[in-house]
Design a protein. Structure first.
Length: 97
């Protein structure tokens, strides 16, 4: 939770796996709302030329966050799961990388 908001990724409809299958995103990014019926979602979505109000609110906030703070959070979230790390090593080995 940051600034009083939980970040939840609803990725059940994705056709290429789930975020939490690839990275150890918790507790920064959650799989679902922990507040139950008290959950009040703020949809953040952008597609081509359309965006939700939440998109603009978050973008406005992000402009005031220092790059170093954004970077530290991204590094914390972007930690591969054991399975993902293993698969990436295997693919890199196959590609002689």
């Amino acid at each position: 939770m940051q600034n009083g908001l939980d970040c939840i990724v609803e990725d059940d409809g994705w056709n290429s796996g789930r975020l939490h299958d690839f990275v150890n995103a918790e507790p920064c990014i959650l799989k679902g709302c922990r507040w139950g019926s008290r959950c009040r979602p703020l949809e953040i979505r952008r597609d081509k030329r359309q965006a939700t109000t939440g998109w603009f609110l978050i973008c406005g906030h992000a402009k005031g966050v220092p790059f170093q703070e954004k970077s530290a959070l991204a590094q914390k979230v972007w930690s591969y799961t054991v399975e993902t790390e293993s698969r990436l090593k295997e693919l890199n080995r196959d590609l002689n990388l």
